[in-house]
Design a protein around this ligand. Structure first.
Ligand code: ZN
Length: 326
């Protein structure tokens, strides 16, 4: 793993490399951004570079230190995860004991703490002491989805690095070139994953996801064509895939987004579901622009209903009926 293997985040990588080149590496970092956006990958490559015996601004990947990191047994490199659902005080105290022992094989000792959002208040108070007076050789990298869950005194001790979505065209290119997806698959997945690169890669490897998307679109077609009885049979599909409802709802929204765009422009270049152009064109003939917009509205409202714990089955049935009626 190297900086070159990271998709997107060029500015962040450049600023980390700059810090290394100018000898301005901070003692503590807070990498903040959505899950699967690439925080841990970059943290690992950064750590590897800092420990690399060649001393460049990228890891050499051949020295004993780089090889030990790759195989997961470098004594000066530690990655900590929450114990079950949270970082507890005892875990932080253990870290504080080990961080005081000088590095064994290099002049640095690196700690990555993943999911620090899950650090208890007590643990944070205890951890603050380490951040206030870190040993000179230590570099601590905290990974968090949301820095708000941390004490302001912790955040202010860290150099904060904010991770944002990776551009869609970069994700598409990677899915095609590295993960052997077709242009159409890459286009759908990159739109669906909203710039979360880890999620895009995971989805592109999953046959189940492809199946789920095909099936969802097929069910929508039944709803648009069928009678009320059939709509209820479709609701069974939702019940069976209840745990995937967030994905299903997003598939539905992207579908109607495509219908709206096709209705407006008649241009297939802007479609996300470009492999289903025939079906899109066919449904467009049946639905007016206003109807499509009403459906999008209904789907968005149903998403809210599901989140606010309205009965799942009821929410879905109401949605399907409304899609048929609008
Ligand atoms: Zn090296």
């Amino acid at each position: 793993m190297d900086f070159n293997d990271i998709i997107g985040h060029e500015k962040i990588i450049e600023s980390l490399k700059n810090a290394i080149r100018n000898n301005l590496v901070s003692h503590s970092y807070l990498f903040e951004g959505p899950k699967s956006i690439g925080k841990e990958k970059i943290a690992r490559v950064f750590a590897k570079t800092l420990l690399c015996q060649k001393g460049g601004d990228s890891p050499c990947n051949t020295c004993p230190s780089c090889l030990k990191i790759e195989s997961g047994n470098h004594p000066d490199f530690h990655v900590e995860y929450p114990d079950k659902d949270s970082f507890k005080k005892e875990q932080i105290e253990e870290l504080q004991r080990t961080i005081r022992k000088i590095p064994l094989e290099s002049n640095k000792k690196i700690y990555i703490l993943d999911d620090v959002d899950k650090m208890t208040q007590q643990a944070q108070n205890s951890f603050l002491k380490t951040l206030e007076e870190p040993p000179g050789y230590a570099v601590i990298i905290l990974l968090a989805t949301n820095g708000y869950s941390l004490l302001p005194t912790i955040v202010s001790r860290c150099q904060v690095v904010k991770f944002t979505s990776v551009e869609k065209h970069k994700i598409e290119k990677a899915l095609i070139n590295i993960y052997n997806r077709t242009e159409e698959q890459a286009r759908f997945i990159s739109s669906f994953s909203n710039g979360i690169i880890g999620r895009a890669i995971e989805l592109s490897k999953s046959d189940d996801f492809k199946l789920l998307r095909d099936e969802t679109i097929e069910k929508l077609n039944i709803v648009i064509n069928g009678d009320k009885l059939k709509a209820f049979s479709v609701s069974e599909f939702f019940e069976q895939n209840k745990e995937l409802i967030d994905e299903i709802m997003d598939i539905i929204l992207l579908w109607y987004r495509d219908l709206l765009i096709y209705k407006e422009t008649g241009n297939i270049d802007f479609l996300i579901n470009r492999d289903k152009t025939d079906l899109i064109s066919c449904q467009c003939q049946k639905l007016s622009k206003q109807k499509i917009m009403d459906i999008i509205d209904v789907v968005n409202r149903t998403k809210d209903d599901i989140r606010s714990n309205v009965s799942f089955q009821l929410a879905m049935e109401v949605m399907l009926l409304k899609i048929q009626e609008v």
